[in-house]
Ligand binder design. Structure first.
Ligand code: ADP
Ligand code: MG
Length: 404
């Protein structure tokens, strides 16, 4: 309860200060040259619909949703009106900015926040009425039929489990719960507990029935955890809502999963900051110039605790049962779909630099930026023209060769 209250107060503080235009984005992938940060924001509260929503279209939002009003900026540089709203959902700070000829209506944000809420209520393993909770509760007992969205997400999750040979595993739930990293219950478990949790992991023991869209975890005690891909999947869904409503320029930030819609108006690209893993929330190592792309980062700085000088963070290795310790401190994936960036950022982090870099080079559709514990930055070829370093504490090496 104490933790919840603290989070709540933090959110209120965040939202209040963000409304005054003084808070930069929370985690990696912060948009850095948004004029919303520098120009004076105008607060509006009321409904300013442009007529694209029917009057009877209503999106039921939870009464306790933490959310800001619109900040509206008439921006000379992009020759557009930037309308932004923020919320705290899926355990993370969310900011959506729409660039258009006129102010975006509150109903667009209602629909976006409703979409996030709807997904969270079905995907979160910590919500008792969720579909994932139903699957987990029926482990070893019976299959559970799921919605098309969740079915698709589970299939996506399995592709990352397969390509990483189980270093990314959507059945990692028992180990995540045991460590409790990012919660009040975080602790270093006993080896016997770790062994028991590891024995419950195994994506091969998921039985899927395509005809019924049903999912069966074969062994009692198994638990799905889609936390490593959910944000990316939801970001892609938000982009679809924005496009469906006729908006062509926007930036979506789900706690560091940044997805851009189109280009920044009057510009060829968006400038998105890559978080400095050793710095504060608004420190960056450089800027990526992106258009219609997603950038997702995973790192040891997101959720962790330190005990006896050792940092225990939230990306776990299913083969060791411990937070993954290698020379990486963060990894950022540029991809078209945010769900791919999210799945791959966690997968490649657990693979480590050698294996991850080699894998990244086999894919034409993604680019990857690695930051190591020696403050070196490596990236795949496609980022040479796209990444602009801004932080002299880091040595930008570029391409990685294994012997280094
Ligand atoms: P964040 O959500 O903080 O941006 P990630 O996308 O890297 O970070 O996801 C981390 C979450 O993924 C953890 O909190 C946990 O729920 C889950 N997870 C941790 N390790 C693994 C793993 N090896 N395979 C699959 N999921 C994992
Ligand atoms: Mg991820």
């Amino acid at each position: 309860m104490k933790g919840r209250l603290a989070i709540w107060m933090l959110c209120v503080a965040l939202i209040l200060s963000a409304c005054q235009g003084s808070v930069s984005e929370q985690t990696t992938g912060s948009e850095t040259d948004s004029t919303a940060e520098t120009e004076k924001g105008v607060e509006t509260g009321g409904e300013t619909g442009t007529g694209i929503y029917a009057n009877d279209e209503v999106f039921e939002l939870p009464g306790d949703l933490i959310r800001s009003n619109s900040t509206v900026v008439d921006d000379n540089k992009t020759q557009s009106i930037i309308t932004s709203q923020e919320s705290y959902q899926i355990g993370t700070y969310i900011k959506i900015s729409i660039y258009a000829d006129e102010q975006a209506p509150d109903k667009l944000f209602d629909e976006i926040f409703y979409t996030i809420d709807d997904y969270e209520k079905r995907i979160s393993k910590n919500i008792e009425t969720s579909e994932v909770d139903a699957i987990n509760a029926a482990a070893g007992i019976e299959p559970v039929a799921v919605s098309d969205d969740l079915w698709a997400l589970i299939l996506q999750g399995l592709t990352y489990s397969e390509l990483s040979d189980g270093k990314f595993d959507i059945t990692i739930g028992p180990l995540v719960d045991l460590w409790g990293i990012g919660t009040d219950a975080a602790r270093i478990p006993a080896q016997t507990e770790i062994d028991a949790a590891m024995a419950m992991i195994g994506y091969h023991d998921i039985e899927l029935d395509a005809a019924n869209h049903s999912v069966y975890l074969k062994r009692e005690g198994m638990k799905l955890d889609l936390g490593a891909i959910a944000k990316g999947y939801i970001a892609d869904a938000i982009k679809q809502v924005i496009l469906n409503r006729g908006y062509a320029h926007a930036i979506i930030n789900l706690g560091g999963n940044v997805l851009t819609v189109g280009t920044k108006p009057n510009s060829d690209y968006w400038s998105v900051g890559v978080r400095d893993p050793n710095g504060g929330q608004s420190d960056i190592v450089g800027i990526l110039k992106l258009r219609d792309n997603s950038i997702v980062s995973s790192g040891i700085y997101e959720r962790f605790f330190i005990e006896n000088g050792v940092r225990y963070h939230h990306i776990l290795n299913p083969y060791t049962g411990y937070p993954e310790q290698n020379h990486l401190v963060s990894i950022s994936i540029v991809s078209e779909k945010s769900v791919d960036g999210d799945g791959l950022s966690t997968s490649l982090f657990v693979m480590g630099l050698d294996e991850a870099y080699a894998y990244a080079e086999t894919r034409d559709d993604i680019e990857v930026l690695f930051i190591t514990d020696e403050n070196k930055i490596y990236y795949t070829d496609g980022l040479a023209e796209v990444f602009v370093p801004t932080n002299t504490l880091y040595e930008v090496v570029g391409a990685y060769t294994k012997s280094e």
